[in-house]
Design a protein around this ligand. Structure first.
Ligand code: APR
Length: 304
């Protein structure tokens, strides 16, 4: 199996490291910056004898090296700085996404594409439109990251084992994302039975701001440890065909009453990518929030 990662920055290189440590596929990293992907790949490869993985990790500036990939993960682009929201990245990152997708189309047209570059739902939409691929074979990683952040805050609040928390976040990967307490459980117990509404609201708000909270600390970039963890687990789900159900940004064609848009919804991940969209029964309030989130993404799509 071969996974290519476009962009060898913080997210791309950390993803390469995580994939190597999972020992599930050869990894090819590509970046526009001369030597960057090669240097980081060599460093990761030299950890193999110590860590005990046995996959090939390489770097390149040449798109021909991504041919015959099973999956291509797109992290190329600029990252957020303090005071920016994900939409401030729009023009630059859409241009980069389109350029990257045209190379993927040329070199490895059958690969499954996972977009990561922000604003996520819009870059995913651009990738869907650029690639001549079946729906579901091009999707964006966002909801698993947002759910993981929500689960982290819940476990900290309760003081419980984080592995017992199963959280669900829908909608766009931006300020209008929708953490769903009704579909979030702790060892099977609905969150709504474990906490007061005010506490849940506070954790929901922290989840919505989680990316910005990290940007505020880092000042020169955005999160990459949790994003790369979510990418690695979704990649593993494809390579091992695990049918894991996670929220991801997919092209909607009538599901949830929405059309011609990419938005985060629960999907089943297997060897063909996002193989099935799971439609949850939403309350009127949640339905309205999802519509609003779709409208926000739609406004950004109109700009591109
Ligand atoms: N082709 C290939 N690589 C590119 C291109 C391009 N056209 N344009 C930029 N890059 C590379 C940069 O050289 C850089 O190494 O993409 C990399 C981006 O890395 P970082 O700046 O470290 O950003 P990172 O934190 O990895 O975030 C990447 O993921 O989570 C999102 O919002 C984040 O959109 C951002 C993306």
């Amino acid at each position: 199996m071969k996974v290519s990662i476009i962009g060898a920055g913080n997210v791309g290189a950390t993803t390469a490291q995580r994939l190597a440590e999972l020992d599930i596929a050869d990894v090819m990293m590509l970046d526009v910056v001369e030597g960057l992907a090669q240097g980081k790949a060599l460093d990761i490869a030299q950890a193999a004898p110590v860590m005990g993985y046995n996959v090939d990790v390489a770097g390149t500036n040449d798109y021909r090296d991504i041919s015959s990939s099973d999956i291509v993960i797109v992290t190329a682009g600029i990252a957020r700085k303090p005071g920016m929201d994900r939409d401030d990245l729009l023009a630059t990152n859409i241009k980069i996404t389109r350029e990257v997708c045209s190379h993927i189309q040329e070199q490895t047209p059958d690969a499954i594409i996972m977009t990561v570059t922000n604003p996520l739902d819009v870059t995913t939409y651009a990738a869907v439109k650029c690639m001549q691929q079946e729906r579901g074979r091009v999707f964006g990683m966002s909801g698993l990251l947002d759910s993981s952040r929500f689960a982290t805050f819940i476990a900290k609040e309760i003081g419980c084992n984080v592995r017992d928390v199963n959280a669900m976040v829908l909608g766009g990967h931006g300020d209008s994302m929708i953490p769903l307490p009704e579909y979030t459980t702790v060892s099977g117990i609905p969150l709504t039975k474990m906490m007061e509404k005010e506490t849940i609201d506070r954790l929901v708000q922290r989840t919505v701001n989680a990316g910005a909270e990290i940007v505020g600390y880092l000042k020169t970039g955005s999160a990459f440890y949790a994003p790369s963890a979510a990418i690695a687990i979704m990649t593993e789900a494809i390579l091992k065909d695990t049918k894991k159900i996670v929220p991801a940004s997919v092209y909607l064609d009538g599901e949830y009453g929405l059309r011609d848009i990419c938005l985060g919804v629960p999907v089943k991940i297997g060897k063909n990518g996002a193989e099935e969209i799971i439609e949850l029964k939403l309350t009127k309030e949640q339905e309205q929030a999802l519509k609003q989130s779709a409208e926000d993404v739609h406004q950004s799509i109109l700009k591109i």
